[in-house]
Unconditional design. Structure first.
Length: 260
């Protein structure tokens, strides 16, 4: 049962902590700027998108850099979890073949390390909001941990499926890079949802990241509590996809050792 797997996973929390710590320390090991890349990567992307959409294509959105930034950071977390996490089982194949541990430890530790990176990047978001004199209202901010938790669950659900499937279909790790790019453009990150034509609105309605990005933007850019419908939809989709992803992972992991 899933409750038994969660209990076993909790028993291996020290292993998860060790893997997260190793990932965070080793990510930029040997680079000149080291951990500063955690902040520089999203800032460089922000600079490019801002130049394109507020200078060249002129989106007309007030303080476009903030409109984009509060959505881009959560998207980077989700996208990196999906594309990088797809190979987390393959990357640890020697450990998978030699010792026993709940295989869920690997996607959980990878997504958690990406989540910590996002939290650190949020320090930059808050600093920029304060400098720009945007209101950080207490009530909307109380909703922020809920939205983050939902996105974490969503990212973990997808990462579990993709990391397990990649063991059987190695090309999937490369295909996900293209799919992630397409997904980004079909999520209201670089534009507002009300700019989407009616005939393609259904795509955004079934996109699980639409409500999450909308909630982040409501809280941080507009300084308002997200609509209950937005929060509830995001929560239900997050729980559903995490549960489905965990069950799929549990089925596929039985032949990991053979396939690796």
């Amino acid at each position: 049962m899933m409750t038994d797997r969660i209990r076993e996973l909790y028993a291996y929390r020290a292993m998860i902590h060790s893997l997260v710590k190793r990932d965070l320390k080793g990510r930029y090991k040997g680079s000149a700027l080291g951990f500063l890349w955690t902040f520089l990567n999203p800032l460089l992307q922000l600079a490019v998108y801002t130049m394109v959409f507020s200078v060249i294509m002129r989106s007309g959105i007030r303080d476009y850099y903030l409109f984009l930034f509060v959505a881009l950071i959560p998207w980077i977390f989700f996208s990196t979890s999906l594309t990088g996490g797809a190979g987390c089982i393959l990357a640890q194949q020697d450990m998978v073949k030699k010792i026993y541990f709940p295989r869920e430890v690997l996607p959980v530790s990878y997504v958690t390390s990406q989540f910590i990176n996002m939290l650190l990047s949020f320090l930059v978001i808050f600093a920029v909001l304060v400098l720009a004199r945007y209101p950080l209202r207490p009530l909307p901010l109380l909703c922020l941990p809920v939205v983050m938790a939902v996105e974490y669950g969503l990212a973990l659900g997808f990462t579990m499926v993709m990391s397990a499937a990649t063991v059987y279909l190695r090309d999937l790790e490369y295909v996900l890079g293209i799919l992630s790019m397409a997904w980004q453009f079909l999520t209201p990150i670089m534009y507002a949802l009300d700019q989407v034509p009616d005939q393609v609105r259904w795509i955004f309605a079934v996109n699980p990241m639409t409500n999450i990005i909308t909630a982040y933007r409501d809280i941080l850019y507009y300084g308002q509590v997200p609509k209950l419908k937005t929060l509830l939809s995001a929560f239900l989709i997050g729980v559903l996809l995490l549960s489905a992803g965990w069950r799929i992972f549990e089925r596929l992991q039985k032949r990991f050792a053979e396939e690796l």
